[in-house]
Design a protein around this ligand. Structure first.
Ligand SMILES: [Zn+2]
Ligand SMILES: [Zn+2]
Length: 240
């Protein structure tokens, strides 16, 4: 079975887009949302004719609470297997998405975040403890997705966080978590993540995505966009 873009479904919860890819025996879900939104998630699934028990895998693009918030609840209710990068494990086990290395990407966002922090003081979520049955990604993984009927690969795409991973399908669809965004662009951020650990590492990840064939970026925050838009910022010289 080959997954085409027609087999991709999007569930929008607040400012995060969660993507469902058809896989053998059900679905692979890319990311969840903040804790407390599981009920809303189930309702939205119902509207597109999917039940939570159809979810066989949950791929966490990284450990932040707007991506992993109700992961533990989903696993408890569905028995789905978690896929995460090794660098995510300790933060997931602590249920803590605060990272001293993160910083806003520019001054305007620094101001936006100062206000945001007044309302969002907690960065905690119910701990996610990976078990033996779960899948720990180290570096890039070209095999796992193919084994579950998805024609794509998992790429390590750090820069936003050191544990960030992306799913790249063979048709060029790239589900990148927060490695690139289409969000708060009035702040002058372009497609950069609004929060970063290291911007040069973000650009290296963009370069990897493009070199591996990314054509359309599906970010967790904002609408999908042409991957060619990453080229200038990443100072790429790739003709497509
Ligand atoms: Zn994030
Ligand atoms: Zn995010």
């Amino acid at each position: 079975m080959v997954i085409s873009s027609h087999s991709v479904q999007c569930v929008k919860l607040g400012w995060t887009r969660c993507y469902l890819l058809k896989c053998t025996g059900g679905y692979l879900l890319i990311d969840v949302y903040y804790p407390g939104y599981y009920g809303q998630f189930e309702k939205k699934l119902e509207k597109i004719g999917i039940t939570a028990s159809d979810i066989k895998y949950l791929l966490l693009t990284h450990h932040h609470d707007d991506h992993a918030g109700f992961a533990a609840e989903l696993v408890r209710n569905t028995g789905c297997r978690v896929i995460a990068h090794r660098n995510a494990l300790s933060a997931l086990e602590k249920g803590d998405s605060e990272d001293a290395c993160d910083k806003p990407v520019n001054r305007r966002l620094q101001i936006v975040f100062t206000f945001y922090m007044l309302f969002h003081k907690e960065f905690k979520f119910p701990p996610v403890r990976l078990a033996e049955r779960d899948i720990i990604i180290e570096g890039d993984n070209d095999e796992f997705l193919k084994g579950i009927g998805i024609d794509g690969v998992i790429l390590h795409t750090p820069g936003h966080t050191r544990d960030s991973i992306s799913v790249l399908l063979s048709d060029g669809s790239a589900f990148v978590g927060d490695t690139a965004m289409n969000f708060l662009r009035w702040t002058g951020v372009g497609h950069r993540p609004i929060y970063i650990e290291d911007i040069d590492t973000v650009y290296e990840s963009w370069r990897k995505l493009r070199e591996r064939g990314a054509r359309v970026i599906y970010p967790s925050h904002g609408n999908c966009f042409s991957a060619a838009k990453l080229d200038k910022s990443a100072r790429l010289a790739i003709s497509t």
